[in-house]
Design a protein around this ligand. Structure first.
Ligand SMILES: [Zn+2]
Length: 492
């Protein structure tokens, strides 16, 4: 840093949501200085000179949001199922479009423009104030190079390695779906993930870090889960897997092993603060499980495990975590996540609060301050980092400036409640990662939003048009997933 301050950026005025050593606090009409990509001052009046002043009067300056689990991409399959889907798949959405055709016929995703899909995903994350994302995605044909390239184009902080799959879902010619475990494939892919992390250490100017991601608890063996956790520990990276997001995971596991899925993971020794369980809905005490005799929540809490909680996707299937407050009180680190679409942590914060209150029948549950911290501090802790998710001296300058002066938000005496219950991504004005301005005036600085939308629309429409080739019975997309309304004049 030079002494004349020309490389110092000063954010002046507004309300800062800044870290006080224990949690968030309000800094009113203060100043936040940034130098060399990090926060160098937080207080009332910066004592030095600054080369650039960002006027934040009337705005809220908050830490960049952390999504602890996101499927980055266009979600062409999930978009068909917003309030429908085959009844025999119960509440599961992905079984409609993920399985490969056993006959060798084209998969649903055949024809997707992978670059357009990823550009759309990273653009929305960043544009919505998410500065760090734990992405859940396979490597693709190039082993992950495209993923790194697109993340680098947008400048977001990415936590990722290609996922490790313990088996495959198959779509049979009669329309049924099977799962076949393949431990050898999983162990091979684990080796690939480890090699990827070692090869790309420090990539994207240090914005890439690794994670060992096993696709599913349900589709993996104890050996694969233990080996994966061991590899994550050896690399000092977090470990994550989808866990009890389908309720048959609970019942099938009980029938096969006599233990709950949580007891199984506890016995395998894979639960600790660096393990992130994605979703973790159907535990013993959940009302849709109806097995309250075991204390799963206590086991998870004792281990201090992290849960990536994405309430929006589950609320659309009529399901809630039970509950945000009960998990936290037990000692579980509940971090928010965007899962599918919209990749929007404002929506997740609001839904976490609403569903948390509904689940506990308590209007004081899932308070705004707690769901807000779940969208930054908790995610950072799950990733083992104390330099993101907070505005504090020495932390990365990953910041979001929100302009609440819209009719939707209106006047509000408490900025944080306004952020959680009233604001949305349309209020995001400026987004910085490592001090670099990536969103300015509510628009992406590095790419055309119109082009991103046009490209992803063309790619998605191609997939929907080809759905009939994927469907076991050759049903066209409009037959398999009927539109909400008939066409005008069709007589229907
Ligand atoms: Zn997921």
């Amino acid at each position: 840093m030079s002494t004349d301050g020309h490389d110092v950026t000063l954010i002046r005025g507004g309300t800062g949501i800044v870290f006080n050593g224990r949690g968030h606090s309000y800094l009113k009409d203060g100043e936040i200085a940034i130098a060399d990509g990090r926060i160098s001052y937080v207080g009332i009046k910066y004592p030095g000179a600054a080369g650039r002043i960002v006027d934040a009067r009337g705005r809220i300056v908050m830490p960049g949001l952390v999504s602890a689990h996101a499927h980055v991409g266009a979600h062409e399959g999930g978009r068909l199922l917003l309030d429908a889907g085959r009844r025999e798949f119960l509440r599961s959405g992905f079984l409609h479009f993920l399985p490969a055709r056993r006959s060798g016929a084209p998969g649903f995703m055949t024809g997707q423009d992978a670059r357009a899909s990823l550009r759309y995903g990273f653009a929305t994350l960043l544009r919505h104030g998410i500065t760090t994302v734990l992405a859940f995605a396979p490597g693709g044909r190039d082993g992950g190079e495209l993923m790194l390239e697109v993340a680098n184009e947008f400048g977001i902080r990415l936590v990722w390695s290609p996922i490790v799959q313990g088996g495959r879902y198959w779509l049979n010619d009669d329309g049924t779906v099977d799962y076949e475990a393949d431990e050898a494939m999983g162990l091979r892919q684990l080796g690939d993930a480890v090699a990827f992390i070692e090869r790309h250490r420090g990539a994207n100017d240090g914005r890439l870090s690794g994670v060992i991601a096993v696709d599913e608890f349900f589709g993996s063996t104890p050996t694969l889960r233990r080996e994966a956790k061991k590899a994550a520990n050896a690399l000092a990276v977090p470990y994550t897997l989808h866990f009890v997001e389908q309720h048959r995971e609970f019942f099938d596991t009980m029938m096969r092993t006599g233990r709950t899925p949580v007891q199984l993971l506890a016995d395998e020794g894979v639960l600790d603060p660096r393990t992130i369980l994605a979703h973790c809905i159907y535990i013993a005490s959940h009302s849709l499980v109806g097995y309250p005799v075991e204390d799963d929540i206590g086991l998870l809490g004792q281990a201090g495990v992290a849960v990536a909680h994405s309430p929006v996707a589950f609320s659309r299937r009529g399901v809630a975590l039970e509950s945000f407050d009960r998990y936290r009180k037990a000692g579980i680190n509940v971090a928010l996540a965007t899962d599918a679409y919209p990749l929007d942590l404002f929506a997740e914060m609001r839904m976490a609060s609403i569903m948390g209150k509904a689940a506990d029948r308590n209007h004081e549950a899932a308070a705004a301050a707690d769901v807000f911290a779940a969208a930054n501090l908790a995610g950072a802790a799950a990733l083992g980092r104390d330099d993101i998710g907070r505005i504090a001296v020495g932390a990365q300058a990953d910041l979001v400036i929100v302009d609440p002066r819209t009719l939707t938000v209106g006047a509000n005496p408490d900025p944080l409640r306004a952020l959680v219950h009233l604001a949305g991504p349309e209020n995001v004005d400026v987004v910085m990662v490592g001090g670099r301005v990536l969103v300015e005036g509510g628009r992406l600085a590095m790419a055309s939003e119109e082009q991103i939308l046009a490209d992803v629309t063309a790619s998605s429409q191609r997939l929907w048009a080809g759905y009939g080739r994927y469907d076991a019975h050759g049903k066209d997309v409009s037959v398999a997933f009927p539109p909400s309304l008939p066409d005008f004049g069709s007589g229907a």
